[in-house]
Design a protein around this ligand. Structure first.
Ligand code: ATP
Length: 784
């Protein structure tokens, strides 16, 4: 993004994670923010206009393993099989899904072949991206002493977001609510700003940066800091569109502002709201409105110069809720110009909808929350019922009786700056930075109008043939199938912009055999956002270990290994083989690993049938022998197929990497040397001794050359490395620790090294026993 440099810096440096404030901090930050006097506040605003924010660190520096796409060896075969079955990737039943066979993903091998060694954990990561933010709980005390209970949210960052918003909200409510009860400084602020006719609409959210997360103790001065970038950056489109509202009906503008005030006033009292409503209706004047907005990496800010200071804040909807009634800031934006739709994103997808997804707004939801809250009568429903018909953006303006007499204007064509926003199904997502890219896609961190952070995967279709593009859509199918599975990244929304492809997908067949997509078409996928992937975590871990000389942390390993197994078990249970398991495809989301990237996943036709690939794909360092030889024939003339065991092999490679810091075939640098050694059944994988011999056993179970010898996930979950055997007989507690140790060592009876240690220990224990006997005899003698 060309405008990166103009954004303010993230809340912490790229290499630091700011500590998350606890409850006390939240409270105090709320109040501190609210106590910032207007001159201070404005000074901060001015000051930050001069500051710059490097966003470059949003993009990962860690080199990653990349998938290799090898040209289809037997395309006709797979095509044939595909043609005989339903190929609708959006079909819902397991049997239908099982019949889907994907077309060759990328026809051009050379152009898509990527570096494959990059994921070695010793690569230098972006140093600061490995920390997992703790989720925040606690209550926030508003300026009115209300305790706002924390929101538990299952969404990516929403816990943090919500808390931050509440924190900001408390600051905002102090301006609007119960003006009579306001502290002097608040009154001064209000007057001062009113005198200058400065209406400031403030919308704030916090969310994680790619590398650091904004803590909940963000103060008003920090928030104003972020506001600084608004005049220079992405907010331009807002600025323009918001400013364009000057030609709107003045009453609409007034009502828009009144509504904001009112919504905020809800939290503390309505006196000021009523006064303002009255003022608006009686005076029939309007100030020229100038607005600008920015969403920096940690804050969304909207300012508008209008009448009276108003701070407002949104709260992100939680899963299961439709929208927050307090979603006023986005509503305000929507009021005047381009809309950040406040409708909850869950469960929407364009592919099954009409192709005109862009116009498929849900106007009732733009201001639904606010309208409910602020009917002049005070009845939450009276304005809701006045919602204008769909696709009429001005419906959001329908805020009071005075409007009904106005002449309706033609709906304004909504514009947005594509450099700043992505639009998916009519919903805008502001770009916050690129967080990754793969062979066929780029992934951006984005923020929605409800201040939720998402990852937006954008797959470029231009130049692809239709069958390849159709294949891309399968990722959507799998993610839909895996909806609700806690260890799989969740798909929130998606859109296929190419109408022909869309039609193909809806029809469930690729009728267009030839021809490429010529125009700029994309597949957009809005995904739950992951803070860091396992590749980064590993490199961070190894850096720490190298620095401190620590040995492998077995419990750390167990913790994540088990989660990886469970995630893969989930997809295998759904008859899906991932086919591209590698550390970069495990994302940490709120402390748990989740599986991503089903771009080359395959459905298993039945439990007894393996997948026959139409292309060799995967990431070389993690590719199983059979993946290299897929579609070839073995010594008995059988076709070599890939299935669940192929994923087990990849898991074995990841485990090996976690243990040794490199993949088992890392030293073989070229494709051909890798191919040769991996497909050689006599090649012995070197496993250096480690402190826990079960670990070596575990790796061997996963990396058995013969796929039939590899353990399945249920077995792996019971492997003694994860579930250490409990000694049959526990020694009495008063026994010497050496005896306890001996009992524990008995669990490892088959390890020669352990049995040597055990016999040594046995001698020690015998001596201890003898010593104890001698001592007790001595005591007895003395006593007698
Ligand atoms: N939901 C997400 N949250 C955060 N980061 C993500 C998310 N999805 C993807 N990424 C980042 O983007 C990178 C590329 O995404 P993904 O693997 O889905 O794309 P791809 O084109 O299939 O890549 P590849 O060809 O390497 O498999 C990931 O490695 C990860 O770092």
């Amino acid at each position: 993004m060309e405008r990166k440099a103009n954004l303010p810096p993230p809340p912490g440096s790229s290499s630091q994670i700011r500590p998350i404030a606890g409850e006390a901090n939240l409270t105090s930050s709320s109040s501190s923010s609210s106590s910032l006097s207007p001159p201070d506040f404005l000074r901060h605003v001015h000051a930050v206009f001069k500051r710059h924010r490097p966003l470059g660190m949003m993009q990962s520096n860690v080199t990653r393993a990349s998938r290799v796409l090898v040209s289809q060896t037997e395309p006709s075969r797979s095509t044939a099989s595909a043609s005989s079955i339903s190929r609708n990737p959006f079909s819902k039943t397991a049997s239908q899904i099982g019949t889907v066979v994907r077309a060759t993903r990328l026809p051009n091998v050379a152009s898509d072949q990527r570096k494959d060694d990059a994921a070695e954990v010793v690569t230098t990561p972006q140093g600061d991206s490995s920390l997992t933010p703790p989720s925040i709980t606690g209550t926030i005390t508003t300026t009115h002493g209300e305790n706002m209970s924390p929101f538990g949210s299952p969404k990516g960052d929403s816990e943090l977001l919500v808390d931050q918003k509440k924190s900001s909200f408390s600051a905002s409510s102090c301006h609007l609510a119960s003006p009579h009860a306001l502290a002097d400084d608040h009154l001064k602020k209000d007057r001062l700003a009113s005198a200058s006719n400065a209406h400031m609409t403030f919308q704030s959210s916090s969310y994680a940066d790619a590398n650091t997360r904004m803590t909940t103790d963000t103060r008003m001065d920090e928030i104003s800091f972020y506001m600084g970038s608004l005049a220079f950056t992405e907010g331009e489109s807002y600025l323009n569109t918001q400013a364009a509202t000057n030609d709107q009906d003045p009453m609409q503008q007034l009502h828009g502002n009144v509504e904001v005030s009112a919504s905020s006033a809800k939290f503390g009292g309505s006196t000021m709201l009523e006064k303002r409503m009255e003022q608006c209706h009686n005076q029939h004047y309007v100030e020229p409105t100038t607005r600008s907005s920015v969403m920096g990496s940690s804050c969304v800010t909207t300012t508008s110069v209008h009448s009276g200071p108003t701070f407002q804040c949104t709260r992100a909807p939680l899963a299961g809720q439709t929208a927050f009634p307090q979603q006023m800031s986005s509503s305000t934006i929507e009021n005047s110009s381009d809309v950040l739709d406040s409708a909850p994103p869950e469960g929407r997808g364009s592919v099954m909808k009409e192709a005109d997804g862009h116009q498929n707004h849900q106007p009732g939801l733009h201001l639904g929350g606010s309208v409910k809250e602020i009917g002049p009568s005070g009845d939450a429903n009276d304005l809701q019922s006045q919602a204008l018909p769909a696709n009429n953006p001005s419906s959001n303006m329908d805020l009071g009786p005075s409007q009904s007499s106005k002449v309706e204007k033609a709906p304004r064509k909504k514009k947005y700056d594509p450099d700043v926003f992505f639009k998916v199904n009519g919903k805008l997502y502001q770009k916050l930075g690129k967080i990754g890219s793969g062979g066929s896609s780029e992934v951006h961190k984005v923020i929605s109008s409800d201040c939720t952070i998402y990852a937006l995967k954008k797959i470029k279709l231009k130049g692809r043939d239709y069958s390849t593009a159709y294949g891309f859509c399968q990722e959507i199918e799998y993610l839909n199938k895996l909806k609700g599975k806690s260890n799989i990244i969740q798909l929130v929304d998606y859109e296929v912009t190419d109408k022909t492809l869309l039609q193909e997908v809806v029809n469930g067949s690729t009728t267009i055999k030839d021809g490429r997509i010529k125009s700029d078409e994309y597949i957009y996928m809005v995904l739950e956002y992951g803070e860091i992937d396992l590749a980064h975590m590993l490199s961070q871990k190894w850096k720490e270990m190298n620095k401190s000389g620590w040995k492998l942390d077995e419990n750390w390993l167990r913790f994540y290994w088990q989660q990886m197994l469970e995630a893969v078990n989930t997809i295998h249970g759904e008859r899906i083989v991932h086919s591209d398991l590698k550390p970069a495809n495990f994302l940490l989301v709120r402390g748990s690993l989740k599986l991503i990237d089903f771009g080359i996943a395959k459905a298993i036709l039945s439990d007894t049938t393996n997948i026959q690939r139409d292309a060799q794909v995967g990431t070389l360092n993690y590719m199983s022998p059979e993946a290299f030889m897929c579609n070839e024939h073995d010594a008995n003339g059988n076709t070599i197929k890939c299935g669940r065991p192929s994923d087990i092999w990849s898991l074995g490679c990841i485990l090996y990497q976690m243990v040794y810091g490199k993949t088992p075939f890392a030293e073989y640098k070229t494709f051909w040397t890798k191919f040769k050694v991996i497909t050689d059944r006599n090649h012995e994988i070197v496993c250096e001794p480690v402190s826990n011999p079960w670990l070596i056993d575990l790796m061997r179970r996963c990396l058995a050359w013969d796929r039939n010898q590899r353990w399945r996930i249920p077995q792996l979950l019971q492997h003694p490395f994860l579930v250490p055997p409990i000694p049959q007989e526990l020694p009495p507690l008063h026994d010497h620790p050496s005896k306890l140790l001996m009992h524990q060592l008995e669990a490892y009876w088959d390890d020669p090294e352990v049995s040597r240690l055990r016999s040594e220990l046995h001698e020690v224990v015998a001596k201890i026993d003898q010593g104890q006997r001698d001592r007790s005899m001595h005591v007895e003698t003395n006593v007698s």
